[in-house]
Ligand binder design. Structure first.
Ligand code: SAM
Length: 290
């Protein structure tokens, strides 16, 4: 049975204070404590809403695990706590997951004041199929890892939603063109709900040119919405032992296990154990023919 106080997950605007719903004010004014990604930004929001006297503690990616026990204790003893991030919906590429999970595990009530989320807003304006989509958040910042992840996503038939920062936007668009194909449809949604809001849907190659044409287009906050592939690759049944045996003719065992894991998603240790068995079998076979 649930008892104690309530944890309220409260979404806040992604750039336009006009998007503040009345429930945001009522909820923040009514809690005993606000767990905020950045207490200074939270203070600005409270000032805007005319709320005074509600204490806030920071809860960000570097302190969330230490903060959770004290907030859970507060909730257990009947406290009402609100969770806010700097912008948009907490937990969506933002802190809060550890707290929400702990609150649920403790049998506490979790409620939500839903509201803005850049991913959903961009999907809505993109003109790309919205019925099935995959939220990928931020791609890896390092080029090699980013391209590898995009390579894995190339076969995805659902629409992809990515977050990106201003200093990587051009590189990521170029990587999408190189990995998924220059003709893939991509929507770039920039500064949504703000003064310089714009969104364009072009081919990946065309979007690279569009960005290159004007430095101002690299400014602000970005969501990329990428159309899924229309030609998913045919799936083949793979005989694992046959695959491993063929690869073993060309590379050492560890490289074979790694390659098989990359190619067909088999666990590396499982592949390695099969390799040892294959080698053992080959060895016995060779002894038998002597
Ligand atoms: N929790 C937030 C949400 O619900 O959208 C996302 C937080 S994440 C740390 C910040 C990223 O969201 C930005 O780097 C950008 O990719 C995207 N974003 C946030 N506000 C945006 C806006 N107004 N326009 C476009 N993208 C935005």
């Amino acid at each position: 049975m649930q008892g104690g106080g309530v944890l309220h997950i409260v979404a806040t605007p992604i750039g336009n204070l006009g998007d503040l719903a009345p429930r945001v004010r009522d909820t923040l004014a009514g809690v005993d404590l606000i767990a905020a990604e950045d207490t200074r930004r939270c203070a600005q929001l409270l000032g805007h809403l005319g709320i005074a006297g509600v204490p806030a503690v920071s809860l960000h990616e570097h302190n969330e695990s230490e903060r959770v026990p004290e907030i859970i204790e507060r909730l257990r003893t009947g406290g009402e706590v609100a969770l806010v991030s700097d912008a948009g919906t907490p937990l969506v590429s933002d802190p809060g997951f550890l707290l929400v999970r702990a609150a649920r595990e403790a049998g506490l009530t979790v409620r939500v004041v839903p509201g803005p989320c850049a991913a959903v807003a961009a999907l809505a304006v993109s003109g790309l199929p919205p019925d099935r989509f995959v939220f990928e958040g931020f791609l890896p910042s390092r080029a090699t890892a980013r391209r590898r992840r995009l390579g894995e996503l190339a076969v995805e038939t659902r629409t992809l939603v990515l977050y990106e920062s201003s200093h990587r936007i051009a590189d990521t668009v170029a990587d999408i063109a190189a990995t998924l194909g220059g003709d893939r449809s991509v929507c770039l949604a920039r500064e949504l709900t703000k003064l310089h809001e714009e969104s364009v849907t072009l081919t990946a190659a065309g979007l690279g040119e569009w960005l290159a044409a004007d430095d101002n287009r690299h400014r602000g906050e970005f969501v990329l919405v990428v159309g899924g592939t229309e030609t998913p690759p045919a799936r083949y049944e793979v005989d694992l032992d046959r695959l491993l045996s063929v690869l073993l003719e060309h590379m050492p065992a560890k490289a074979v296990a790694r390659t098989a894991a990359e190619l067909i998603g088999v666990a590396r240790n499982e592949a390695y154990e099969r390799i040892l068995k294959i080698k053992e079998g080959n060895h016995r076979g060779a002894e038998g023919t002597e």
